[in-house]
Design a protein. Structure first.
Length: 127
């Protein structure tokens, strides 16, 4: 798990079996109430997440009024090298940290939405 000073923003699991490995990743995007609703609609309605859409939660009593959760699992058989696990873990942690840095103010502007979605798509695209 990766935390800021108040809550977790990423949770990941590495599952190993005799014949394969799987990395599960979950990113928690906290957004303030004053975000443009069109931004939230664009994130939730992106066709790139059609097979595994993000989930929206609303917490009326929290500073992060909206929370959008992205989840994905990725893996392969042991036929590849162990380096592929390490490379994928590093990429997942780096991208989720960048996503947090991008959105830690709780607001995503229309101008920056494309850049944010490009980052999200590196890990969470499921189309």
């Amino acid at each position: 798990m990766l935390f800021d000073s108040q809550k977790a923003f990423f949770r990941g699991y590495l599952n190993l079996s005799l014949d394969s490995w799987l990395i599960e990743s979950e990113f928690f995007l906290g957004l303030h109430r004053d975000n443009n609703p069109n931004i939230i609609h664009e994130i939730l309605g992106s066709s790139r997440y059609r097979g595994n859409p993000p989930k929206l939660y609303i917490y009326k009593d929290a500073p992060d009024y909206f929370e959008i959760n992205f989840y994905v699992g990725t893996g392969m058989s042991w036929g590849g090298s162990e380096d592929s696990i390490t490379e994928r873990l590093i990429e997942i942690i780096e991208v989720n940290t960048q996503l947090y840095e991008f959105s830690k103010g709780g607001v995503i502007s229309e101008k920056r939405l494309g850049d944010f979605l490009t980052l999200v798509n590196r890990i969470y695209e499921s189309y």
